[in-house]
Design a protein around this ligand. Sequence first.
Ligand code: ATP
Ligand code: MN
Length: 423
Amino acid sequence: MERTYIKEIKKGQVFIEGWVHEIRDLAKIKFVLLRDMTGIIQCIIKDEKLMKKFSDLSIESVISITGEAKQANVKSPEVSLNNIEIEVKDFEIISKAEKLPINIHDKDIETGFAKRLDYRFLDFHTKRTQAIFKIQTEIANAFREFFYNKGYMEIQPPCIISAASEGGTELFPVQYFEKKAYLAQSPQLYKQMLACSIEKTFTITPIWRAEKHNTTRHINEIRQMDIEVAFMNQEQVMKEQELAVQHIIKRVLEKCPEELKTLNVKLKVPKAIYLSYEESIKKVKGKVGEDFTPEQEKILCDQYHDSIVFTHSWPSSIKPFYIMPKDEDPNSKESCGFDSLYGGIEISSGGQRIHLPELLAKRIKAKGLNPKNFKDYIDSFRYGAPYHSGWSIGLERLTQAICNLNNIKEATMFPRDRDRLTP
Ligand code: ATP
Ligand code: MN
């Protein structure tokens, strides 16, 4: 017989496969809750022989059941989809589970987060963790769908690079044959080169940052959702982001109502608010010329409920060298760079880039970097380069914001942090 997924069970003979979610023992009857990726169903064992065969079976063991799907006697919404239960005719043990090192029942989330991460493969058995990644799947897919449907091309930047793309020292070195190379800290330079020929580009790509801090919003291996577009300015790509994030959240609302309920998240399609850097830093009593602290990001978001808050036209001094100054003046204090905040945290940075080789070299110097190290990059703009803009949203960061998670590691399948390299 062919396997039926629990959600699709109709009355009659069925063959189902899954995990033993719970066992309820009564004197002359056993109730087994069987779980697969689509749901949980109550199965009843009345036959004495079968009860014996079942007697030492542990929670989370994997079994297959042949039986008859029938109208359930007692209503139990948690368990019987469409009020159906299975009378077990026979079952096979596929894999016996040993005593679990962590409690995976959702009623008990007392197990410490670090320990749950130690047993992450088992943590994926829980409804909560599955819900987070169902939502993440929708986020990534909706991002791709949105830009694909607008005629953007998906690009595949390299992940091993020869030099820093953002300046600074937050790189993981790798031995690349006889040479020293690095894991990419961003697809920045490559997506710019691509946008300057194929115009509209997007990517979802892993990046690595060797930042030593261990916060609830940083990991060391990140997936970024980026766009880079020719013939667009700061305002135009902010608008693209507004529409993309709204589309993503619409999709999550449409596809994941159950998962949002599981996570106890009340989600709304956000509005967008556009503020200049200067007015927004003043609003939170920050210092002009400095980045927002995490507390200030939260305060700013709290002033605009259910909104993506764009802060644009940042000072050049606190944006990367490749961000276009306003006025094309190399000494311009204001830039065409922006950040966006959602759910109390930064979800993206972006802006218009410098497409003029001489200006780029000047800005690299002004940042205390050596233009010689960026020769290939600068030269790539010498043969017909349009003005262009783009941004980058962290996939885990956006998942954290949408699911309202305390720690970004909850939104990372196998997080890499200062201390964790396994599993
Ligand atoms: P933050 O200020 O939050 O440390 P950033 O400004 O250093 O981030 P960007 O270079 O702007 O990061 O990267 C673009 C986006 O990628 C960020 O807005 C964020 O969503 C995500 N991101 C960057 N670094 C990390 C990280 N270490 N962990 C998780 N997400 C990150
Ligand atoms: Mn940023």
